[in-house]
Design a protein around this ligand. Structure first.
Ligand code: NDP
Length: 352
């Protein structure tokens, strides 16, 4: 792998793109939170009002955040836990140290791949615990606030809470699978992951519940059942695809995957070309997107705002898929071309 920060490899539009994203992401997050509380809830309009600086600062909020992080860090450090092994390092290769990195780009993507103090791995800790569990807690708080406000939580609020709880519960249940994701293997721990995991995920992923609190949406049982079905289909594809690849990567002769067709690569690792990974090249993204649709539908179709997650997530996954393809092409060369010929669609069969 070429050193991170070498000019040929700059991602996210290089330093300029990184600088723009570091301004745009926090600004978008504040915009969404302000808009979700306003009557018209216009995704594309100007924010309804700009809060005073004092409104943005509260020592109690800071204390709450630090306590939450401290609690999660304490739980993370508990000795009663299984220790999983990460990806194998190539011992024969030399370590490379990029000297002329761009400070903005490096701050955004992170220079250090696995920053640690003793066994406390900052990136791994932030990936799942404070932000993902925080998202569920914010959702739950909004559900309780709705119950206080209107006597009981709405069906739409129940669905959004249940779907997202399933998603987070699944991520925690399959915690070990995070070790094979791009975030852990490829991306450094910079602004992108720190802000993404700790702020963007809990506050923008809970946007549907925030929207429902301020804009109640009547939802009948028949439509609710259809939405549940859509979420179930999405989850089935998402879980099926992720588990199939993880099982295969852990032990290719596991009976659950041993019969699947594969092609060999020069690295010795094989690529699945049947099963979920024979349908499209990123079936897990397809399932994730179908679930994203199911999370927005309970909010009705009168506003674009609750569909923000679906739109943003489509852009994120299309970009992520392109990055992953680039990395796989570098890793597997001709074998990757053969896989692309065999499985021509990236995320959505016959469409993309
Ligand atoms: P993936 O789990 O999609 O992993 C990609 C890697 O899988 C490739 O680099 C390659 O690595 C391996 N691979 C690709 N094709 C094959 C094949 N045919 N056979 C065997 N191995 C193959 O990566 P992500 O980290 O992007 O996604 C993980 C999950 O997280 C997804 O379900 C995604 O939807 C979800 N996600 C959710 C986000 C959110 O905000 N909610 C954000 C980002 C991701 P190798 O060959 O080295 O094993």
């Amino acid at each position: 792998m070429a050193p991170q920060g070498s000019r040929a490899e700059l991602e996210f539009g290089g330093p300029l793109g990184a600088a723009a994203l570091m301004l745009l992401l926090p600004a978008t997050m504040f915009h969404l939170l302000l808009v979700a509380r306003s009557g018209p809830a216009r995704l594309l309009g100007p924010p309804p009002y700009l809060p005073e600086l004092e409104e943005l600062w509260s020592p109690w909020a800071l204390l709450l955040c630090l306590t939450w992080l401290g609690l999660q860090a304490g739980l993370y450090l508990l000795p009663a836990r299984k220790v999983a092994e990460g990806q194998e390092l190539k011992d024969k290769s030399r370590l490379r140290y990029p000297i002329n990195g761009n400070p903005i780009y490096d701050f955004f993507l992170g220079r250090e791949l696995n920053p640690r103090i003793c066994s406390f791995d900052f990136k791994y800790f932030c990936e799942l615990r404070p932000g993902l569990i925080g998202w569920v807690l914010i959702n739950l708080a909004l559900l309780m606030q709705e119950a206080e406000l209107r006597g009981s939580p709405s069906l739409a609020m129940w669905l959004v809470n249940a779907f997202q709880l399933l998603y987070v519960g699944d991520a925690l249940w399959h915690e070990e699978a995070v070790l094979t994701t791009m975030d852990i293997i490829h991306d450094g721990f910079g602004f992108m992951l720190a802000f993404g995991d700790l702020a963007w995920v809990p506050f923008t992923y809970s946007l549907q519940a925030q929207f429902l609190l301020y804009h109640p949406e009547p939802l009948g049982l028949p439509l609710a059942s259809v939405i549940c079905l859509i979420n179930a289909v999405g989850y089935y594809i998402f879980r099926g695809a992720n588990s199939q690849k993880n099982t295969f990567r852990k032990n290719p002769s596991d009976p659950r995957v041993a019969d699947l067709e594969t092609i060999s690569t020069a690295t010795g690792r094989r690529l699945l070309v049947s099963g979920w990974w024979g349908m499209v090249r990123h079936p897990n993204y397809l399932g994730d997107l179908i679930m994203a649709l199911a999370w927005s539908l309970p909010c009705g179709v009168s506003h674009l705002l609750p569909y923000f997650y679906l739109l943003y997530f489509t852009a994120l996954l299309v970009h992520r898929e392109a990055r992953d393809e680039q990395q796989c092409l570098q890793k597997y060369g001709l074998a990757w071309h053969a896989y692309c010929q065999r499985v021509p669609y990236r995320i959505v069969p016959y469409i993309y």
